[in-house]
Design a protein around this ligand. Sequence first.
Ligand SMILES: O=C(O)CCC(=O)C(=O)O
Ligand SMILES: [Fe+2]
Length: 423
Amino acid sequence: MATDFKSIPIIDVAPLLAKCDDPKMVQDPGVREVVKQLDQACREAGFFYAKGHGIPETMAKEVRNITHKFFDLPYEEKLKIKMTPAAGYRGYQRIGENITKGVPDMHEAIDVGVTNSYFMFYHFIYIALLLQVETSNAWKGSLHQPSFCSPEKECYKELKQGMYGALGKPMEGCNQWLYVTSVSHVMDLPFSWEYSVLSILHLVADLKVRLSFGVDVLLSCNIVFDRPHYPPNFKELMEEYISLCTEVSRKIMRGIALALGGSPDEFEGERGGDAFWVMRLIGYPGASTANGKCPSENDIGCGAHTDYGLLTLVNQDENITALQVRNQAGEWISAPPIPGTFVCNIGDMLKILSNGLYESTLHRVINKSPTYRVCVAFFYEPNYDAAVEPLEVCVRKSGGTRKFEKAVYGEHLVSKVQTNFVT
Ligand SMILES: O=C(O)CCC(=O)C(=O)O
Ligand SMILES: [Fe+2]
């Protein structure tokens, strides 16, 4: 339950992170202190700054810099990976395309995926499959929405076709990111024989598909083949960043499990052992003071909302205060950037699991500065098919009444994504 907090606490999570896979972690005085602070912050604000998380500030900054570079690309380039329902809600959303409570948000965004180590292998399989297509008409349909997913780690964690049946269907799709398939993109990368050979093979496969199926397939091939020019080294950086954020989140969640009075692995196994995650790069244009107009409360970068899952790590641009968190009295409390920290907040699923002991607090973004602001938000979620309900220990602690029905995380995500996205 949120209170009338006036500022957001800063927690040094280093002692927790150092010991959190130690079977004796519960007895460690450093861990206990962090757990106590987490409990207070999650009860009172639902928000805290995490310092001592171990992800170097140089890396966090590089991630933001590269995000700036992506949004600096010409609009036509960014549109090449436009987000659509058919693409499993992955890709680029232009300004105003994200909707919060019926109002278009003044931000642009991309949900990012990056190539994993099986990248080359998948590509060769892909090419081989494409070269076979002319022999089977059945491939026509699947080419429109490729039935095998791209070899990326997903912006939304990868959901393979059929993985969760009807529940997973809306989020299936290839992340429209870092598909190193066009010569133009290859030119952006340091020279490598592998990429060059791959690129030529892709072109051959593409040509063969076009000859076989004509214009209809040509369109879908363009979706696959025509990628924007990405800033170089994006892949390696994001891959590493995502894996570090996943690990930091898992460890903080072990502390939060203790804070709720559970065992450290409360959010593992069927609840979060295969945690879904989403990485969202967001760009908020600077407030325009042109034609004498003052930046107003109407220029909402992102309308008041709660996050959907367990824990969010927000990596925000330096020197611009734009994120605001609502306290119980309805006041908006600023969460200015503090170098070396993540702003962390709990999501709807943790609110349910904690039986309301912890709040998923409303927050919003208003960029009143004239400078373009980026934020890289990493959302750590339960397993996609997790049935989430209040933990017994939390029901007991909160007077014995269950305050929430069981919710399936994937359903919650899909309903949110579908209402937040305008086609
Ligand atoms: O831009 C920010 O600081 C936060 C963005 C946010 O709240 C979100 O994407 O859920
Ligand atoms: Fe949020």
